[in-house]
Write a protein that binds this ligand. Structure first.
Ligand SMILES: Cc1cc2nc3c(=O)[nH]c(=O)nc-3n(C[C@H](O)[C@H](O)[C@H](O)COP(=O)(O)O)c2cc1C
Length: 163
């Protein structure tokens, strides 16, 4: 079995929860690195890379890290505030994958919704009533429980499939 690294960027803990679930799903003795983007992680032939979504793509720390990959295999995972559409997640993943050099094989991609800060809801509440405002509030409230135990079980299944 190949050695691996779990590299993740997480401001409010959502992506960290996914990273911890990934760690529990893989044989611990083969883990070379678990933590934020760092050069040390590049020693592993397989990298599980987690990001939080910032303006439609991954956060900039993750983007820089992905660009530094050379011959590794990478599994991309992340969280985003907006959910409910596979097409939306695909679009984010494509933008993230654009940071991965073409020499690097992408062995999997997995995403789910992640709760947002309460200030975001206050901003929506202050908007004039409209179908868009209602949809944003509904989305915000739907995100509150994520990542949930079903999300964690799903990502664990997805990473185990790479073993
Ligand atoms: C500055 C900023 C920009 C964001 N941009 C997006 C975005 O473009 N699309 C989206 O779906 N969520 C966006 N979000 C929501 C976060 O990606 C989401 O809450 C994520 O789960 C946070 O992950 P973390 O807890 O690991 O930091 C943004 C959040 C912040 C703070």
């Amino acid at each position: 079995m190949m050695k691996y690294a779990i590299v993740f960027s997480s401001k409010t803990g959502n992506t960290r929860a996914l990273a911890q679930a990934v760690a529990r799903a893989l044989p611990q003795e083969n883990c070379l690195y678990f933590g934020p983007p760092a050069q040390e992680a590049l020693r592993a032939p397989v990298v599980y890379a987690g990001f939080w979504t910032d303006k439609g793509t991954c956060d900039s720390d993750t983007a820089a890290f992905l660009s530094s990959l050379t011959t590794q295999q990478v599994f991309l995972f992340g969280t985003a505030g907006f959910g409910g559409s596979a097409a939306y997640f695909d679009k984010i993943m494509d933008a993230v994958q654009a940071h991965v050099p073409s020499s690097v094989r992408v062995i999997g991609r997995w995403m789910c919704q992640g709760k947002m800060a309460q200030g975001v809801r206050l901003r929506y509440e202050a908007m004039e009533d409209s179908p868009r405002r209602t949809a944003m509030l509904e989305n915000f409230d739907r995100a509150l429980s994520h990542p949930d135990s079903t999300d964690l079980a799903e990502i664990q299944k997805a990473v185990q499939a790479t073993q």
